[in-house]
Design a protein around this ligand. Structure first.
Ligand code: ATP
Length: 235
């Protein structure tokens, strides 16, 4: 579904991505793990067309999407929930969700998707008229994920969904991510510092160090890999 080939990206003269090669197959959950500053967020932003690739190519369903404008990439079925969530704090929950539908005009289907979201996240249903900024951190993460689902992505990119959340809320969010993947057949590309959770949920994982992919395997194998255990699982 997504093929990343030899991608290099830079911030000024500083190289953030070094010949990245990754594959995401339809229906998978892929986790990208690595330390702070490894280049995980940059990888997602390059896929979305926000950070330019200076070298290499990205294909989605065989179509070359390298450096396409971000709105065109969203229209093709890729959406990102950025780190820090970025919901609209002064808009209500409902209005935030409406923002996810700006490219759609299938009113009946939008209604169905809203019902699905309120079933996934009853908290959001209860708070539908409340301003986004007054929600708890976990609820804001739920809202950010829901807004992305409203665009009906085939590939959902999630940047650090666990950031700043209590362990119990993080677990809820990860359960929902798995549900969205299974029930909605949405392919998930997850960037996480919580390597333990990320690899448990993943079909396959990639490990990133200093802007390069250093390891890839099934989530299960990475969890039992001695180097991964030492560096990322604190074992
Ligand atoms: P984190 O988990 O801390 O977000 P990360 O693995 O997502 O880390 P990136 O945010 O992709 O890492 O950063 C990769 C490198 O690029 C780092 O060295 C970072 O300092 C640098 N970088 C990121 N954003 C910018 C920017 N806007 N301008 C300059 N350098 C940047």
């Amino acid at each position: 579904m997504l093929k990343i080939r030899n991608i290099q990206a830079f911030y000024g003269n500083i190289q953030a991505l070094r010949d990245i090669e990754m594959d995401v197959r339809e229906g998978e959950i892929i986790s990208l793990i690595g330390a702070n500053g490894a280049g995980k967020s940059t990888t997602l932003m390059t896929i979305c067309g926000v950070v330019p690739a200076r070298h290499g190519e990205i294909f989605f369903d065989g179509k070359n999407i390298t450096n396409m404008p971000p709105d065109k990439i969203v229209a093709l079925g890729i959406n990102q929930v950025p780190e820090g969530r970025h919901i609209f704090p002064f808009l209500t929950v409902m209005e935030n969700l409406d923002m996810g539908t700006f490219l759609r005009n299938d009113t009946d289907e939008i209604k169905k998707d809203l019902e699905y979201i309120f079933e996934l996240f009853p908290r959001l249903a209860e708070r539908r008229s409340q301003a986004g900024g007054t929600l708890s951190g976990g609820e804001q993460q739920m809202l950010a994920i829901s807004r992305a689902i409203m665009t009906r992505p085939r590939l959902l990119l999630l940047d650090e969904p666990s950031l700043g959340l209590a362990p119990i809320v993080t677990r809820q969010i990860f359960d929902i991510i798995r549900k969205i993947n299974k029930e909605n057949n949405t392919t998930i590309f997850l960037v996480e510092q919580n390597a333990n959770l990320a690899l448990h949920i993943a079909d396959r994982g990639y490990v990133m160090e200093n802007g390069a992919i250093t390891m890839t395997d099934t989530g299960k194998n990475l969890l039992s890999n001695e180097d991964v255990k030492k560096a990322y699982l604190g074992i």
